[in-house]
Write a new protein. Sequence first.
Lengths: 68, 182
Amino acid sequence: MSDLFKSDYVTSSGTSAQPPAPPATSSVPPSTASQKVMLDPAALGVEATRYGLGKPARVVIKGKITRD
Amino acid sequence: MTNVKVERRRRSRVSQGDIFRDVECIEYAVEKKGIIEVSKIVFPLVVVLTQDCDLAQDNGNRAKEFQNATLLSVLVAPLYNAEQLFRGEHLSDLDLKTEPISKNKTPGATLMKNERPRYHFIDFPTDVPLVASIADFKHYFSAHVTYLESVRKKQFVCRLSDLYREDLSQRFSAYLSRIGLP
């Protein structure tokens, strides 16, 4: 079956963009020269991923329609 | 401090109070001279508002001889990051700016106590991978039933427990049916 629709992701500003990014992961504070801190999310009982950190985003898709 | 209870296990159908991530809302789709352009907004989190009895009947109705109870769409409301909403930045990627709300003063305090009709503040338990969020009833939209069904397995996050989803539902109904007097 031929492709009826070919598309590229295009942002509203016209530049190419990736599809919506996956959820952000929690950041671990960097260790300092005087104090080394190792944080193990599993040991803290914290899940590595938290949802809802991002904002709604607009995605514009343009494509050429081919008809059989 | 958490103000809800949630259930983490996914049911066999879309339910009221379900929270999904990365749900799309189509703004427009136009075709001109063989070029189709589709604009959609992707919401990081939404909560299902449609009455659960309607969702249950829709789920059990499709294989029957008559599809009297079939739903065409499901009402959802976006859940915004509470901190971003208080700063007025939660819609900045859509080129929209809203007035900041001071958390430490009366407007923010009443919002967090769910005394502002437009908003519903949800502070999730610490074992739930969701930041404190605010449902904006003014921004409700509909998603097609089959679309939500198709993303349910991968994009379901959790579901508000019965009492808390009914609280959300009742507040949404009250907001929708409000009367603006001159």
